[in-house]
Write a protein that binds this ligand. Structure first.
Ligand code: F6P
Length: 354
């Protein structure tokens, strides 16, 4: 009888619990394995902590609430350097006597785990999650679709108040290095401009777009979706160093709104959606993909198909080599790809053509 571990690593997002639910449900009923939840990712391994997931009311009938629950019941870690304690973490995996580990993470945390797995002889299967949707070789990562829906809800609400007061609404969304979230939510939310890290913007042309809407189209309000990592051609973004010395982004929305007010002479307001985008119940699509990923991850353990990640390609789950995933991550928005061209053809300003 196998004993498998499951953990969630990196920033949380909607749908993590839905993956856990699928893994527990399928592994216990189909294979009769023991599934152990590792709290707080590598921290749990380090401390040799684990909970038997079908012992806490999570057996067959009890797992269903997890389908709709945001966050992760296991807790997560979003911190970088584990090098100094790597050997202890590796030993923790073996002390827990796990036959395999299913890790749900983004490209950063999965790379860290894969490195530990290779050094420590772990059997690792990975499930991609991130609202940024920038893990390579998978069209969807868990959490992205839910976050797009959350932003869409905000944009729908903001459009009404923007129109009532003839204002420019600047909506800052997550996306440090990639703009899939801003691009997709901006398109479905009817944005007039979408600024993303991959395509430099010009304040002059952004302001021209707003003026054009007001004078030529008679539309007195505008919606601008800006990813936190958006930059000008000169690489000008908004950065600061946090208490741990890590470079973080803050204030791009405020900056753009202030510039628009001064240059165009219109009222502008800013909404920073922040971690609202990471919370809440997963969307139907995320639950579907989470279920498919969880089930497939268990089958991969059964087939001893390790060092791989489940991925969503052409409407089905496939497996891809983790090293190949890291070699191509983060997956950037193609400045001349399908969705950017679609946005342009609708007259949305998405930055400067290269
Ligand atoms: O998951 C990625 C992400 O959502 C980024 O877009 C964002 O910058 C980051 O997480 C923030 O993470 P945290 O506040 O947890 O460090």
């Amino acid at each position: 009888r196998k004993r498998i571990g499951i953990l969630t690593s990196g920033g949380d997002c909607p749908g993590l619990n839905a993956v856990i639910r699928a893994v527990v449900s399928y592994a216990t009923t189909e294979y009769n394995w023991e599934v152990r939840g590792i709290p707080y990712a590598t921290q749990g391994l380090l401390e040799r902590k684990s909970v038997v997931l079908n012992q806490y009311g999570l057996e067959r009938h009890g797992t269903d609430p997890l389908l709709s629950m945001g966050g992760t019941i296991l807790g997560s870690l979003n911190k970088g350097n584990t090098e100094a304690i790597a050997e202890e973490i590796i030993a923790g995996y073996h002390d827990l006597e796990l036959d395999a580990l299913i890790a749900i993470g983004g490209d950063g945390s999965l790379a860290l785990l894969q490195n530990l797995a290779q050094r420590g002889n772990w059997n690792l299967v990975a499930v991609p999650k991130t609202i940024d949707n920038d893990v390579a070789h998978t069209a969807l990562s868990i959490g992205f679709n839910s976050a797009v829906s959350t932003i869409l809800d905000a944009l729908d609400r903001l459009s009404y108040t923007a129109a009532s007061h003839d204002r420019v609404m600047v909506v800052e969304v997550m996306g440090r290095t990639t703009g899939h979230l801003a691009l997709h939510s901006g398109i479905v939310g009817g944005a007039d401009a979408i600024l993303i890290p991959e395509i430099p913007y010009s304040l002059n042309n952004l302001c021209k777009q707003i003026q054009h809407l007001r004078t030529l189209c008679g539309r007195k309000f505008a919606i601008i979706v800006v990813a936190e990592g958006a930059k000008t051609a000169e690489g000008e973004g908004r950065y600061y160093k946090d208490a741990l010395g890590e470079v973080r982004l803050r204030g791009i929305g405020e900056y753009i709104a202030t510039e628009i007010e001064q240059r165009v002479g219109v009222e502008a307001r800013v909404t920073v959606l922040g971690h609202v985008q990471r919370g809440g119940a997963p969307s139907a699509l995320d639950r579907l993909i989470a279920t498919a990923f969880g089930k497939s991850a268990v089958d991969m353990v059964a087939a001893e198909n390790y060092g791989k990640m489940v991925a969503w390609q052409n409407e089905r789950v496939v497996t891809v080599d983790l090293d190949d995933v890291f070699a191509h991550s983060p997956r950037l928005v193609d400045p001349n790809g399908f969705w950017t061209e679609t946005a342009r053809s609708l007259g949305i300003y998405i930055g400067e053509p290269n």
